[in-house]
Design a protein around this ligand. Structure first.
Ligand code: GLA
Length: 327
């Protein structure tokens, strides 16, 4: 049987988030099944810069080397984010630095990364999660908006184009299929394009569950995004078997109902991905198999979840075969 990326090759790339452990422990799945990799944490600010102007790429290099050795493409993740970015980066002597200084620091960060990583990443998540989830609010208030202002996003993309002239530049966010958030993401992309800010794509994180968003909501969101004239990538796909409010901890295996719902959901979303394949570059799963998903610790610590196509023993689940045969 063809592997995932071979099966969908004519439509889009199929990627996976890996980390310094899974590139060893899950190599037998990663190498044959996926043709694009994202570093789960190893290229984030806190992982590469221990103090101002100091860089340590030991962890990132493990992923870079693995990608090179195995002939996999890499998505860079991520350059400008409010999370996993230490407070000292924004401060000097305990207070926020000036707008000019912060823009300079952002530029220096991207320069340091590009000097080391060079052209290894064919795409970059330039800005991650800048939009507020709350109805009525537009941009998330963060150290970035506080110091630079709302145009930190424009500055970030201009700066990224300068340092990564050949990469596809993405805006990446979650809850992307929620109607209000989708409208706000569209508003942002339109405003960037009107100002000739270099942006090539939207990263739709797709941290979904079997109840929400619905296939209809996802379809509607893809329709809206497809009108913007940019590429789309599904950047962090997983399908939790729990409703977000469901904090149950007693399940060792998913119920039959969960499995059925999840199968229907996976088949439904891959139909949508296929429908929009002309503008979709890549569909990336956030983790290789159920034993190493971040959802085993979120939103409930140490609660088993079953969101991916490979189970905790690293075997394919029935849905894997169904996706290959039915989509
Ligand atoms: C967000 C980030 C990712 C990762 C996931 C959870 O979606 O973009 O880097 O941290 O949350 O694992």
């Amino acid at each position: 049987m063809m592997s995932l990326y071979e099966k969908f090759n004519e439509y889009f790339n199929v990627g996976v988030a890996v980390n310094e452990r899974t590139i060893k422990s899950h190599k037998e799945i990663i190498v044959p099944q996926f043709n694009v990799l994202t570093a789960e944490n190893e290229m984030k600010f806190e992982s590469v810069s221990p103090s101002l102007g100091v860089y340590d790429f030991t962890k990132a290099d493990k992923i870079l080397d693995f990608a090179k050795e195995n002939n996999k493409k890499l998505r860079g993740h991520t350059l400008v984010w409010h999370n996993q970015t230490p407070d000292w980066y924004f401060k000097e002597n305990g207070s926020f630095v000036s707008r000019e200084e912060m823009i300079k620091r952002m530029d220096n960060h991207m320069r340091a990364i590009s000097k080391h990583v060079k052209d290894a990443c064919y795409a970059w998540d330039v800005v991650n999660e800048a939009i507020d989830d709350k109805y009525g609010n537009y941009l998330r208030q963060s150290n970035w908006t506080e110091i630079i202002g709302d145009d930190f996003i424009e500055k970030a993309f201009l700066c990224a184009r300068n340092h990564f002239p050949n990469a596809m530049l993405y805006y990446n966010d979650y809850n992307e299929s929620n109607r209000d958030k989708c409208e706000k993401i569209c508003k942002l992309i339109k405003s960037l394009k009107t100002k000739d800010i270099p942006i090539d794509g939207i990263g739709l994180q797709a941290h979904w569950n079997i109840f929400s968003p619905t296939i209809e909501e996802i379809k509607k969101a893809f329709f809206e995004y497809s009108k913007l004239g940019v590429k789309l990538s599904i950047t962090e796909l997983d399908v939790s078997v729990y409703e977000f409010e469901d904090k149950r901890t007693d399940l060792i295996v998913p119920t039959n109902e969960m499995i059925e719902k999840q199968e229907r959901f996976y088949l439904g979303i891959f139909e949508i991905f296929k429908e929009y394949s002309e503008i979709i570059d890549c569909v990336t799963f956030w983790g290789v198999s159920d034993d190493v998903t971040w959802l085993n610790n979120f939103p409930v610590k140490n609660r088993k979840n079953f969101p991916l196509l490979f189970d905790s023993n690293q075997n394919t689940k029935p849905i894997y075969k169904k996706l290959l045969e039915k989509v």
